[in-house]
Write a protein that binds this ligand. Structure first.
Ligand code: PHE
Length: 357
């Protein structure tokens, strides 16, 4: 009796199937592969033994073995896919960030939002005070021609008073013809020009905005700062109206504890002119470093409109008269909130900024 060179093929195949199903990882599969379908496998051993058979028997056994091998290879491929899928989900699981705790521990609620800077909120408060007194609010350009910043304000070229403002010039056109405005006074000129053009006199307006001076910053000065300009052009306006507006403003904005005073001064565009000062709130008038030991802080200047300014914009000075004032918004914030050094306004230290939210 001849035994089949393939022995008990079914049993061997069933064994291989069980082995394949038991493989737990791709690594294990790669390691087992030579013993399942490779050189060291039962299948290969059987293949070799076929050589000893008669041609006919060899053909039959060869076909059987071929079919068995395909079956085993198929199981192995499927097992490989299953194991690769498991490995992928294990990796995803390991990579997953558990955000549950993070959410609970680090999100502050209510979430903090930004707020207007102290200068911006001060500007709004000042506008509110003047709007309540019957003024409108207007805007003007930060880059001005020499005409608006100086000449129309009664300062012809080479006028010595131009030296009162250390000026940044813009490299545009003829040298020194375009400037970063050194004060908000040029906006007065724009307003008067348009009121003449549109026949909308009288004017009762305030004009807040950013100004620039070639100054070295110190406790009371910034090279970029803010002013609010006031302009009234009407019939029969006198210095008394100006003094009344300044006093009303001071009480409304600073409260009863702060006094103001007007001291004679000179500005080319007003006559008479005055400086507007308030009690230093850092030392309450005693004298300190911030007020240079005077007890007073200068907020700005004011005066009755010079007839030369009215005629520069074509307003009849026999019919109309007026006054103007201009003072520092940053200085107001400094005095109202007792900020010893104004440079804190632009240093962006959040510990400072957060106090004014
Ligand atoms: N523009 C002047 C300054 O910045 C202040 C001022 C405004 C004076 C209006 C008089 C009238 O110094």
């Amino acid at each position: 009796m001849t035994t089949s060179p393939l022995g008990n093929l079914h049993k061997e195949i069933a064994q291989l199937q069980a082995t394949i199903e038991s493989l737990g990882s791709i690594d294990a599969l790669v390691e087992a592969e030579p013993f399942i379908t490779g050189k060291r496998s039962v299948l290969s051993t059987m293949q070799k033994s076929l050589g000893a058979l008669e041609p006919e028997a060899r053909r039959d056994a060869g076909a059987q073995l071929q079919a068995a091998r395909r079956q085993v290879e198929d199981w192995l491929a499927r097992r490989r896919e299953v194991l690769a899928g498991l490995a992928r989900s294990a990796q995803l699981e390991a990579d997953r960030l558990d955000l549950g705790d993070v959410v609970v521990s680090s999100v502050r609620w209510p979430a903090s939002t930004g707020h207007a800077s102290l200068v911006a909120s001060t500007q709004r408060e000042l506008e509110d005070v003047f709007v309540a007194m019957g003024f409108t609010v207007a805007d003007g350009p930060e880059v001005e021609s020499d005409w608006y910043n100086f000449e129309a304000l009664n300062m012809p070229p080479a006028h010595p008073a131009r030296g009162m403002w250390d000026t940044f010039y813009v490299e545009l056109g003829e040298p020194e013809t375009v400037v970063l405005r050194t004060h908000t006074s040029p906006t007065q000129i724009h307003l008067m020009e348009s009121a003449v053009k549109n026949s909308t006199l009288p004017i009762h307006s305030v004009m807040p905005g950013r100004c620039f001076r070639r100054d070295t910053p110190d406790a009371r000065h910034l090279a970029t700062f803010h002013q609010i300009e006031g302009l009234v052009v009407d019939r029969g306006i006198t210095f008394a109206d100006l003094a009344g507006v300044i006093e009303t403003f001071t009480r409304a904005y600073f409260g009863p504890d702060i006094s103001s005073r007007l001291r004679p001064a000179y500005f080319p565009f007003t006559e008479p002119s005055a400086e507007f000062e308030v009690t230093c709130t850092i030392c309450h008038g005693e004298g300190c470093r911030t007020c240079s030991h005077t007890g007073w802080i200068e907020l700005g200047g004011c005066g009755v409109l010079d007839p030369a300014v009215l005629s520069a914009v074509g307003i009849d000075g026999d019919v109309w008269s007026g006054f103007a004032f201009g003072f520092g918004i940053d200085r107001c914030a400094q005095m109202r909130h007792q900020i010893a050094d104004m440079r804190a306004l632009v240093e962006n230290d959040v510990r400072f900024l957060e106090q004014f939210s």
